[in-house]
Design a protein around this ligand. Structure first.
Ligand code: FAD
Length: 400
């Protein structure tokens, strides 16, 4: 039987892969586009296990791809959702300082937001108290353009649009390896072989493995960080009106345990950040020997750990002790008690780490002759998925 062929193959049915497939389809409506996803449905990993925040772009280093794509992504995400009747709420976010040290860091964050051109207001303790009576703060930043959405709903809509316009999605199809040829790229999958003119790999937690399986020269490894959440029960619907975030700790790569409104009502707190025993393991004790070995045999992981030993130990302790986790929330919302914390699904972040142990902070893409690998697309990549897709398509098509 001849090998099936396609113009574009997209690997990964998370929001980045789906947005990329749609962007290519809008530029080349007559091209054949096949998306390959190992799961039976879209959005089964990071896209379906996150905080659901449409980030405004406050935190990101000026000039970085994160800063650029997040700012564009807020508008693009809201426009996509408005066009397709997907509910969103622009509820705004309060980033709260609870002591003098955090107030000083808040000033740095404010100037970063202003450099990034992101709307931001500085609030006194009294202003913050008026806005959110259940929150204690010595000062706060208000980001009015931050919002919420269910990214899994967005991803499913993207999948529907893709197939309704003639694209094809092959679920339950894992890409296992392949090679570039003079004409394009050959992909071996669990359901046979496929030839593509061009391929885009958006494999999230498996980005490094997939890149290596295609011979890409990569220097990083994906380290999976599990984030545990709790749902808040026993509290009124008006507990808070905004999303409530702590001032990020410069020692830690993630944003800290935040109080988030959910699209289907209620609130969650989280996520924590601990090494996950499995790249797609959502339970506290999920273990995959190959995944764990991949982290533990990587010198970059140990260098990262050495550099962040204190915060890693604290995260691990909070993951094992609900009481300790609660303290992080009570710092700004004393009203929440141990009895209010109910189990909620966790997420696992795909974070690229360099051999010297440094977290690769920005989005990272690697091009080969006929393909592009999305190597690092952590938060805010869900917010930024539509502009990331446009960037990918520009690069892929420029290489023709
Ligand atoms: C706890 C947590 C909180 C977050 N909060 C936010 C937030 O509030 N706002 C925000 O903007 N971002 C947030 N993020 C980040 C955001 O969720 C991710 O950046 C985004 O979902 C990445 O999308 P993706 O398509 O690259 O990856 P994924 O959604 O992980 O999709 C990758 C897909 O590739 C498939 N795949 C992998 N290997 C293969 C293979 N060999 N063959 C076929 N298919 C394969 C997987 O099954 C998966 O479906 C958060 C992430 C986490 C984990």
């Amino acid at each position: 039987m001849p090998t099936p062929t396609t113009d574009f193959a997209i690997i990964g049915g998370g929001i980045v892969g789906l947005a990329t497939a749609l962007d290519l389809q809008s530029r080349h409506p007559n091209a054949k586009i096949i998306l390959l996803e190992k799961e039976p449905q879209p959005a089964q990993h990071q896209t379906g296990h996150n905080s659901g925040v449409i980030h405004a772009g406050v935190y990101y280093a000026p000039g970085s791809l994160k800063a650029k794509f997040c700012a564009l992504g807020v508008t693009a995400t809201n426009a996509f959702c408005a066009e397709h009747a997907i509910p969103t709420q622009t509820c705004g976010k309060l980033i709260v300082a609870t002591n003098a040290d955090e107030l000083a860091r808040m000033a740095t964050l404010e100037s970063r937001a202003r450099t990034n051109g992101i709307p931001i207001e500085r609030l006194t303790a009294e202003d913050a108290q008026k806005l959110e009576p259940n929150i204690s703060a010595t000062g706060a930043l208000l980001s009015p353009s931050t919002g919420i959405v269910d990214y899994a709903v967005m991803a499913r809509k993207m999948a529907d649009i893709l197939t309704s316009r003639g694209g094809e999605i092959l679920f339950n199809t894992r890409v296992t390896g392949g090679m570039e040829t003079p004409q394009g790229i050959t992909l071996h999958t669990t359901n046979g072989t496929l030839s593509a003119g061009k391929a885009v790999f958006c494999a999230g937690l498996h980005a490094d493995r997939v890149a290596r399986a295609f011979g890409a020269d990569i220097q990083f490894r994906i380290i999976p960080f599990r984030g545990d959440y709790f749902a808040i029960k026993n509290q009124p619907d008006d507990l808070v009106q905004h999303l409530i975030y702590p001032i990020p700790d410069p020692e830690r790569p993630f944003l800290g345990v935040h109080l988030t409104r959910k699209m289907n009502g209620g609130f969650t707190v989280g996520p924590s950040a601990v090494l996950a025993g499995a790249r797609e393991g959502y339970g506290k004790f999920s273990l995959n020997a190959a995944d764990l070995a991949s982290a533990l045999t990587y010198p970059g992981f140990w260098k990262l750990l050495a550099r962040n030993a204190g915060s890693a130990a604290d995260e691990l302790a909070s993951s094992l002790s609900k009481q300790r986790y609660l303290k992080k929330v009570q710092k700004y919302c004393a009203r929440i008690t141990l009895n209010d914390l109910a189990p909620y699904k966790s997420g696992v972040r795909a974070q690229a780490v360099a051999p010297d142990g440094k977290i690769i902070d920005d989005f990272l893409f690697i091009d080969t002759r006929h393909s592009l690998h999305v190597c690092n697309a952590p938060s805010p990549a869900a917010t930024s998925a539509i502009p990331i897709a446009a960037h990918i398509a520009d690069r892929l098509l420029a290489a023709q």
